[in-house]
Ligand binder design. Structure first.
Ligand SMILES: *[C@@H]1O[C@H](CO)[C@@H](O)[C@H](O)[C@H]1NC(C)=O
Ligand SMILES: *[C@@H]1O[C@H](CO)[C@@H](O)[C@H](O)[C@H]1NC(C)=O
Length: 325
């Protein structure tokens, strides 16, 4: 009985989150967290911060503008930017994520602001890709070091069809009846190798058993098996918050051209991977944060910076926003 009541309360809460908000902000701005780079990757051999340009295009392609959030900004500045943007995106990357590093600590600070905002009825979506997906799990499990939680997988540079958890996807925000996803997209994801995986670490259903706080927080929407047949979780959404994570890289098929990688640029792949951008940007239309002045907004936009292309492999380039000061 107590359990039934709990379920009803939970369901009511989810309904509030899902239906009490409408997508009425037609000028959404999304904050994208920068990260430190090593001199090795920088064109001028200097230590700086960057965002891979594909993440900026990923938010722009569905009708949002982007603002970079410096990973090393002071707390007051992070708060100012948080109050100006309608959602946050945590990118992929190669950081060692633990307490005491600026990326982790400030990433956690922003994540906590998002939880707090949502709890007060200020609908604030956040999205994590790959490293971002992993980081959200570390936060949800209330850990301070990804090395405690992450498991190893053999899933670097490989495209997979998704194995949907059908019961969960049907009642999810991401793929449920109100999501706008089409049967064709779901069908293509389920039957064709369209999701681009670039990870050595990840989380499994076993990880969720070990960390009940993560299990209570997230709903698993899809899984995959790595080259050794070991299952990892590939898409999650938080049960009671507009927080979303994908272990793979939807921005890769859309915008990355490394010809030595197993990227699928087919029409179905572009259509399907675009869906994640469209879904997330629409979630951000439900938030009404605003910069205090138009001048503040203009100064924050990524349009003030120029992307730089650097050689990746023979003939192929990858484009970055470097030196985001
Ligand atoms: C986080 O890390 C710093 C140093 O890196 C340490 O002093 C601090 O105690 C840590 N905090 C927790 C809660 O473990
Ligand atoms: C890419 O996706 C298409 C479907 O759109 C599929 O037919 C094809 O096999 C995939 N190609 C590769 C190399 O995985």
């Amino acid at each position: 009985m107590a359990f039934r009541a709990g379920v009803v309360v939970l369901f009511a809460l989810v309904c509030i989150l899902t239906f009490a908000t409408s997508a009425n902000n037609n000028r959404p701005i999304i904050g994208v967290l920068t990260q430190p780079t090593s001199v090795k990757y920088h064109p001028n051999n200097i230590e700086q911060q960057y965002i891979t340009a594909s993440y900026i295009k990923f938010v722009e392609m569905s009708g949002a503008r982007a603002v970079h959030i410096p990973f090393d900004a002071p707390k007051e500045e992070l708060k100012r930017l948080f109050n100006g943007v309608n959602g946050l995106l945590y990118t992929g990357g190669m950081l060692d994520m633990k307490n005491g590093t600026q990326y982790f600590d400030n990433g956690l600070y922003l994540y906590s602001l998002a939880l707090e905002a949502n709890a007060k009825g200020d609908y604030f979506p956040i999205w994590g890709t790959c490293q971002g997906f992993q980081l959200f799990h570390v936060f949800a499990a209330e850990l301070l070091d990804e090395n405690i939680m992450m498991e190893h997988f053999d899933s670097w540079d490989i495209s997979y069809p998704l194995v949907f958890d059908v019961a969960n996807t049907k009642r999810s925000r991401m793929f449920g009846p109100d999501s706008g996803v089409t049967d064709a997209i779901l069908h293509d994801f389920a039957t064709r190798p369209l999701t681009m995986n670039f990870h050595h670490l990840g989380v499994s259903r076993e990880t969720y058993k070990k960390y009940p706080a993560a299990d209570a927080f997230f709903r698993i929407l899809s899984t995959n098996k790595d080259r050794q047949g070991k299952e990892f979780i590939s898409i999650v959404e938080a049960k009671n918050y507009p927080i979303y994570g994908v272990q793979f890289h939807p921005e890769w098929p859309l915008f990355e051209w490394d010809s030595s990688s197993d990227v699928n640029h087919s029409q179905e792949s572009i259509r399907a991977n675009s869906y994640f951008s469209s879904f997330f940007v629409n979630e951000c239309r439900k938030n009404n944060h605003k910069f205090r002045t138009i001048k503040e907004e203009r100064e924050a936009l990524i349009y003030n910076y120029s992307p730089v292309s650097t050689e990746l492999t023979a003939g192929d380039v990858q484009t970055y926003y470097w030196d985001l000061l």
